[in-house]
Design a protein around this ligand. Structure first.
Ligand code: GDU
Length: 579
């Protein structure tokens, strides 16, 4: 927590050590000076790890290392770590996967959730908060609504399984100055999407002072302290400061899932992931995907020192290539499989709550920071723009004890990873594009695959086709949305398909309820908004489609459509509200 050992702040105190910030007050009025002191005092009280003085001291050390070009991986050799691979023969549809899911379903009643949603999404250029983006147009649900529905579906299963009808699965949401007000607004306006207020904790992360040189002198702009985000690693200190892991552990809760703002797919495999955590006794379990070289996802490595001791940890995407340059591979390159040999970290992390609470108590939840200044000159004497210290949530292994089991669960990308991060111009140049269209296509493809797997040979879905909007191309087939209430795991969904199902490429199918299907022949649009059993059915109608928005109309559309360039146009839709 705050600055237990720092002197109380004043203009005079800030001139002296340990601060050395006299430059801030040059040319300012007394009023402006007092405003700066008040602002820094506030930050001093909130900055974990020794307040402002601690922050500046760490910054001076890290900036000196950056100037000296110190390699943070000096003396460490990367190896591919051990983990559980639920792909191919052990992927969804296999007995191994089914066994992990069953084990994980037993853990749901002891599971907690934490959404990290403090990021502004600068690369995306979206005007609102990212959890307010519409995930796909078939249901029209935002990411936040979808997350709430998953948690409620898991809760409903856990209530039945545990016989505790008032059981609530907690959700913590990390916000920041950039996202806090809009997050609260979104939740309030939608009655917390069915969650109870008491099960949701909002934890706001604070911005940190921006630094203008390697002496860690704080940048001032228009008479005010310039501030920047500190990174998603704050989630650990915040969880600790709010006393959540300790409280959860005392309530007998075992697992905490940390998830990102625009990726709903891991909820589809959560039971299998929890099953792995439980079976392998993982204190921390990173969900990973086969990683494309140079892709903007970190690589999980086992970093071994000279004594042979190793730590399993993410190496961030911008550091992986320099690290691997020193290995026989010669850089961040593919192996014979076409992928990087290092599992791709998607920052979907499962922690064992009692151990996490313990590690947070002994460390205050402060994950080691780093600094990444953009130098303006070859001598590394100036920055292009002010920099700041940052920290990452996946660096938790640095807070762990040697004996803690840290591992990963490798999943198919389709079952675990999508995201909306890039604006259209950048997305058009990237593979994968990681934009609204690609995420929507991934969600449909995941649902189609789950339905096929759940049908165990009885479900036939036509192949997808390429579609393009605003220069982005994605493969979209039948637009199938299985809301969380349809099934919380593949094992659960297997019990819901009794007949033969056939779905054409142009079709739309929304199942929002605990529905059992018999024979279904769908060529058009069908929306099932009820619980119960659907008898044999043939649906043939002109359905709905995704259609380009004309250029002249684009600017007047809501932001979720502007980042897409297309909308859902429904001609003829069969909707069933009672079964
Ligand atoms: N976030 C915060 N506070 C911050 C910064 C980010 O809460 O100060 C949140 C974001 O809202 C988001 C999550 O943290 O939910 C991740 O942020 P980014 O999407 O900006 O993360 P990056 O794309 O830089 O990278 C992260 C990991 C990578 C890889 C990638 C996958 O660091 O290794 O897993 O996500 O999408």
């Amino acid at each position: 927590m705050g600055a237990l050992f720092s002197k109380s702040l004043s203009v005079e105190a800030l001139f002296d050590g340990p601060y050395y910030q006299g430059h801030m007050f040059e040319g300012l009025t007394d009023e402006q000076k007092q405003a700066i002191v008040a602002d820094l005092s506030d930050m001093d009280a909130k900055l974990p790890g020794g307040g402002l003085a601690g922050y500046l001291q760490r910054a001076r050390g890290l900036l000196a290392d950056a100037k000296a070009g110190k390699n943070p991986f000096e003396g460490l050799t990367p190896e591919v770590p051990m983990g559980e691979r639920l792909t191919g023969e052990t992927g969804p549809g296999s007995k191994t996967y089914a066994d992990f899911e069953k084990k994980g379903m037993e853990q749901l009643s002891k599971t907690c959730f934490c959404l990290v949603a403090g990021g502004l999404g600068e690369r995306l250029g979206y005007p609102g908060i990212k959890i307010g983006i519409t995930a796909e147009l078939t249901s029209g649900m935002t990411f936040m609504e979808l997350y709430a529905k998953y948690i409620l579906a898991f809760q409903s299963y856990a209530r039945q399984a545990s016989g505790n009808s008032s059981l609530e699965l907690p959700l913590a949401i990390m916000t920041s100055g950039d996202t806090n007000a809009k997050t609260l607004e979104l939740l309030e306006a939608n009655s917390y999407f069915g969650l109870s207020k008491s099960q949701v904790t909002i934890m706001k992360q604070e911005l940190v002072p921006a630094l203008m040189d390697i002496d860690a002198r704080i940048a001032v702009k228009d008479g005010q302290v310039e501030k920047k985000p500190h990174g998603h690693g704050d989630v650990h200190a915040l969880l600790h400061q709010h006393g959540l892991p300790r409280k959860w552990a005392s309530e007998g809760r075992e697992w905490l899932l940390l998830f990102q703002d625009t990726n709903p797919l891991p909820f589809r495999s959560l039971c299998a992931i929890l099953g792995v955590s439980a079976a392998r006794n993982f204190v921390m379990n990173s969900v990973t995907v086969p990683r494309l070289p140079a892709e903007a996802v970190g690589g999980i490595c086992k970093l071994k020192d000279a004594s042979g001791e190793g730590m399993t940890i993410n190496v961030e995407y911008n550091q992986l290539d320099p690290l691997l340059k020193t290995t026989p591979a010669g850089g961040d390159v593919a192996d014979a499989s076409g992928f990087s040999p290092y599992p791709g970290n998607i920052n979907v992390l499962v922690f064992r709550v009692p151990d996490m609470a313990e590690r947070l108590e002994s460390t205050g939840g402060i994950v080691p920071e780093f600094v990444n200044p953009k130098w303006a000159d070859a001598e590394k004497s100036k920055f292009k723009s002010p920099t700041r210290l940052e920290c990452m949530m996946q660096d938790f292994p640095r807070l762990c004890k040697k004996e803690d089991q840290v591992g990963f669960t490798q999943l198919e990308r389709l079952m675990s990873f999508t995201c909306v991060k890039n604006n259209l111009a950048d997305a058009a140049k990237k593979n994968p594009p990681d934009c609204a269209l690609s995420a929507e296509a991934d969600i449909y493809a995941c649902n189609a695959r789950l339905l096929e797997l759940a049908g165990e040979g009885k479900v036939k879905i036509a192949q997808p086709k390429d579609v393009s909007f605003l220069g982005i191309t994605a493969s979209i087939g039948a637009r199938i949305i299985l809301a969380p209430s349809f099934g919380i795991s593949l094992e659960d969904m297997k019990t819901k398909i009794k007949g033969k199902v056939s779905i054409s490429q142009k079709s739309e199918l929304l199942i929002d309820g605990n529905v059992t299907l018999n024979d279904l022949d769908l060529d058009g649009a069908l929306r099932l908004l009820a619980d119960g059993e659907l008898g044999s059915k043939v649906v043939k109608n002109s359905g709905s489609q995704l259609a380009a928005i004309p250029d002249q109309e684009l600017k007047s559309q809501e932001p979720s459509l502007q980042i897409r360039g297309y909308r859902r146009v429904a001609a003829e839709v069969e909707e069933i509200k009672k079964l």
